[in-house]
Ligand binder design. Structure first.
Ligand code: SF4
Length: 337
């Protein structure tokens, strides 16, 4: 079986890769470093054929209020010690300008599941669209109603990120006890229904997750097509949460997951996410060598940054110079196959 899976990586017929099955994926997840090099090479090849360029996104973390109870996140509703903030529409637009002035035209407006999010999101989106007409707006505000997704779309939002986090319903319920996988997937359906592009993704290395779970996660991205964006980020234990003493996800394993995801979803934008850098200095640059196609810099004002503790409270923040380095590295390994 392993030999057959290795052979698959030599194929010139990409359709063989797009239709890989769960057994092939599980085999690849067990690859040692030598076999993984072949996987990464093929992932770069597929990305170079199907993706045109590497992009830089700017994120504005507009509110850390959250009604959800994710066990791995210190912004969850149960954390009464965390001071909460909510940016005004004016502050959000000013932050977006900081990126736009540096030619960053993909603006991600992220919040916890703040019940009042529409109050500032709608005016902010309308102003960004009128002041920066060629900017693309991506929202990431959690599980919402169809009416709320529609309101974002009507205001001018283009895409919405709602990661499914894990395709295993039991693990989902364990780590996100306020919700269910079924509800999450229904939200994904509603996002598409109102005409927003769906960004998706999952966490790698949650305690109790198996190779089979991860293979199902990778296949779930395919099942959610069309989806323009998907992320596969390693779990980072966050201080002050129930999972603070758990082991972090493994970077080499995460890269295998990204490489396989690239083979199956050739034209999906996949970020070189900040946990790669958290686990290893230079991890985001390494991510460009396995098929990643974007990096995100924070446009959030300094006074709020430490309060937006998504996943971890000592996360790595990259600045514009670091982002440029990542882009240059990505373009250097954008090979002509
Ligand atoms: S991961 Fe998102 S939805 Fe869950 S607690 Fe954190 S901010 Fe809220």
């Amino acid at each position: 079986m392993r030999e057959k899976t290795r052979e698959l990586l030599k194929t010139e017929h990409y359709t063989n890769l797009f239709s890989m099955d769960k057994d092939n994926i599980v085999e690849m997840l067990k690859f040692d470093e030598k076999d993984a090099e072949e996987l990464f090479r093929k992932a770069r090849e597929v990305r170079s054929k199907y993706m045109e360029k590497f992009v830089v996104r700017g994120v504005v973390e507009a509110s850390n209020y959250c009604r959800a109870k994710c066990l791995y996140c210190s912004m969850n509703a149960g954390n009464e010690k965390l001071p909460r903030y909510r940016m005004s529409a004016d502050e959000i637009v000013k932050s977006a300008w900081k990126g736009y002035n540096h030619d960053i035209k993909m603006i991600l407006l992220q919040t916890g599941e703040d019940p009042l999010f529409l109050d500032y999101m709608i005016p902010a989106i309308k102003r960004i669209k009128s002041e920066m007409p060629d900017a693309e707006i991506i929202c990431c505000n959690g599980e919402r109603t169809e009416k709320e997704y529609q309101a974002l779309k009507d205001a001018g939002a283009d895409k919405y990120i709602l990661k499914f986090e894990t395709s295993n319903p039991e693990l989902y319920k364990k780590y996100r006890p306020h919700s269910t996988l079924e509800k999450r997937l229904n939200c994904a359906h509603l996002i598409k229904k109102v005409g927003l592009g769906l960004g998706t993704g999952f966490i790698i290395g949650l305690p109790g997750q198996t190779d089979e779970d991860i293979a199902n996660d990778i296949l779930m991205i395919k099942n959610l097509q069309p989806t323009p964006m998907a992320s596969a980020c390693p779990f980072i234990p966050n201080k002050g949460t129930e999972l603070e003493n758990e082991k972090a996800g493994d970077l080499f394993y995460s890269f295998k997951v990204v490489g396989i995801s690239r083979l199956i979803n050739p034209s999906v934008c996949m970020p070189a996410c900040s946990p790669y850098e958290y686990l290893k200095k230079g991890g985001q640059i390494d991510g460009t060598g396995i098929g990643c196609t974007s990096v995100t810099i924070r446009l959030t004002p300094d006074k709020y940054r430490d309060l937006y503790q998504l996943y971890t409270n000592d996360r790595i923040t990259i600045n514009l110079d670091m982002a440029k380095e990542v882009v240059e590295a990505a373009h250097a390994n954008w090979e002509n196959f």
